[in-house]
Design a protein around this ligand. Sequence first.
Ligand code: ZN
Length: 240
Amino acid sequence: MNDSTDALRRDVATANRILERLGLSHAFGHASARIPGTNTFLLPTRRSPGLAEADALLTIDTEGRIVEGDGEPNSEFWIHARLYAARTDVGGVVHAHPPACVCLTQAGEPHRVLHNQGAIFAEGVPEYGRIGLIRSRELGDLLAKVVGQGPAAMMRGHGITTAYGDLRTATVAALYLEESAALQLRMLAAVGGDASRLRVFPPEECGALRDQITGSVAKRAWEYFAAVAEATPLGGGQHL
Ligand SMILES: [Zn+2]
């Protein structure tokens, strides 16, 4: 194994721990990274993301075959497999069950851009409306179709999936999306549930906020979230 794969394995473990430590998932949820230049990706075995270890990852291909590693994959591995199959530009995929995003879907409210970090989703976050888990190739393809060429999808009563060029960015974006949804819920409550009173950012003004998910801003966000995950014990984050 070379150094770059080692570094990628560490990132996969860290990303998964972030999901659990920062309250986006508890027993469920998973983050993966494509092994660059291949149709394979690294995914933890079937356990909480909070328990992910760099040396206990599976290598799976886009057809859902385990090509390396011991153990059973998380049952929704098709989310990752079919997104990597559909999007050669995607190097990192995050799937989590963050509570505010789940609430937003069940309140029937689309994601709206209401704060700076939310502006990275200015093109809208499409909804996968089918209830239940993504446990087949067909459902993985359906979800990938909903994500399309975008960075994320909301999954009704279930959670979210983000897809970016690299896993660090996909992880930071997942955190931004949950923060955005949580703020949206608070704002809706503050205005008596009347969405027309929310001061949504004009799409044409969101372009200037693209830097929230690129370069030094994204790097700083990852550094912080990784440090929090490192410093927080299992189950010690904010949870339901
Ligand atoms: Zn799920």
